[in-house]
Design a protein around this ligand. Structure first.
Ligand code: 5AD
Ligand code: SF4
Length: 432
């Protein structure tokens, strides 16, 4: 009889794709079907994130809840980045957990399922050429991994310790995935990696020469691919060749994530980011010059150890200058296994909270100014999702979420929309 799988996914797009791989393996090899009702599940999985402390704390209350509501005999498994870094500690603290599966061990899901108290968290394990079964949660866009792991050693970040060293996936495997996705109707391809524009630096089996720019070109030549997005690029590797391909290839969506982290060169050095404030500003202004309609999003950490008022002011200066369309802002969170947790001059929480508020208020001001300019513009929107209240939502090429009144027949289509109501998070419009 078909068994039921309940899965909760936290964290980034890599985790979303890992969950799709887990679902695919369980559906195809173990006859599981998805359920949204945790009480009827035979297997309950949580795919965790460990980038900040809060979600890690929440993990134990969450799995405690799973244990209370699960049906007798149902198994609970903890997967993902927190699984990688806590390993067997999870089972010690929560003995009702059946197995722990790390972010770099996803392909072993069908093994751990049958081993009571299995802990598979080897961060040197190489899954870069593993042929996962097929499952995609969206009919319209396809997430495709181009690398695993991360070689950067940013001093705040736990990811190199949860996802291991960076290995690129061979281009022929990526292109096969792209072809398969496009054939099944996904017109948008979303390439994923911790450092996508470092693609091609190391393979475990492939011998050829290739970089991210070349990969983008190859993906854009696949029949049926109409849009390409990617995350995350690193500002350090935004060379001219890459920016030119980004600007001139019409299939590449004009929305770039440029994780700033800090606007102070001193803090950037302490973070080991590998670029300066000036380099970042130079890349951002070049991008705006080359692609006037581009959306630039960013990640910013406030309250990194040693961040002075003046350093924070520099971050504010960069935000005012670049006018990011989207900012993911965080208070620094000390993480195990990272150098920065032992740095002197940790910033008091009240100071970090105050800085976060200043940054977020500034961003809202900028957003109000930007979104007002959108009134009356016409965007080609790729519709992907039904929304409450009779709306259908999709994204413009430059990543605005756009909603119109409508129904299923818009899904999977590109339609021109005139913006009638600007907003901070989404724009409303009418099809034209
Ligand atoms: N504290 C706060 N934010 C962090 N990030 C990564 N590590 C930490 C940390 N220790 C943020 C970075 C990164 C995003 C995914 O999460 O801004 O780009
Ligand atoms: Fe993704 Fe990083 Fe969170 Fe892991 S720790 S899920 S890589 S954001």
């Amino acid at each position: 009889m078909t068994k039921k799988l309940y899965i909760e996914t936290l964290g980034c797009a890599m985790n979303v794709r890992d969950s799709e791989h887990i679902i695919a393996e369980l559906k195809n090899k173990e006859d599981f079907d998805l359920t949204e009702n945790i009480k009827e599940a035979d297997l309950i999985l949580i795919n965790t994130c460990s980038v900040r402390e809060k979600p890690v704390h929440k993990l134990f209350s969450e799995i405690g809840h799973f244990n209370k509501v699960k049906k007798p005999g149902a198994k609970i498994g903890v997967c993902g980045c927190t699984a990688s870094h806590l390993g067997e500690e999870i089972i010690k603290k929560a003995p009702y957990v059946s197995f722990v599966l790390g972010a770099r061990n996803v392909s072993k899901i069908t093994d751990v399922l049958h081993k009571e108290k299995a802990v598979e968290v080897d961060i040197d394990y190489d899954e870069s050429t593993y042929a996962f079964s097929d499952f995609r949660s969206s009919l319209y866009k396809a997430f495709i991994n181009i690398s695993i792991g991360c070689d950067k050693k940013c001093t705040f970040c736990i990811v190199p310790n949860t996802r291991g060293e960076e290995i690129s996936i061979p281009p022929d495997l990526i292109l096969k995935e792209v072809e398969k996705a496009a054939k099944s109707g996904a017109k948008e391809i979303f390439l994923l990696g911790q450092n996508v524009n470092n693609y091609g630096r190391r393979f475990s089996s492939y011998e050829g020469e290739i970089n991210f720019t070349k990969l983008l070109r190859l993906v854009s030549e696949v029949d049926g691919v109409e849009r390409i997005r990617f995350t995350s690029p690193h500002p350090l590797h935004m060379d001219d060749e890459f920016l030119e391909e980004f600007a001139n290839n019409p299939k590449i969506c004009k929305s770039m994530h440029m994780p700033l982290q800090s606007g102070s060169t001193k803090v950037l050095r302490d973070m080991k980011r590998g670029y300066t404030k000036e380099w970042f500003l130079n890349r951002a202004s070049k991008l705006r010059e080359m692609v006037p309609d581009v959306h630039i999003s960013t990640d910013i950490i406030v309250g990194f150890p040693g961040e002075s008022e003046k350093d924070f002011e520099e971050t504010i200066e960069v935000v005012k200058e670049v006018k990011f369309e989207q900012i993911f802002s965080f208070k620094y969170s000390p993480r195990p296994l990272t150098p920065a947790k032992d740095f002197e001059n940790q910033v008091p929480d009240e100071v970090a909270s105050e800085r976060l508020k200043i940054l977020q208020d500034l961003h809202f001001e900028i957003l109000d100014e930007i979104s007002k300019r959108e009134l009356g513009k016409v965007y080609k929107v790729y519709f992907e999702e039904l929304k409450p209240g009779g709306f259908v939502a999709g994204r413009s090429d430059n990543n605005w979420i756009v909603k119109v009144k409508g129904s299923e027949e818009l899904l999977g289509k590109f339609v021109d929309v005139k913006i009638t109501k600007p907003g901070r998070l989404a724009l409303e419009g009418e099809t034209v």
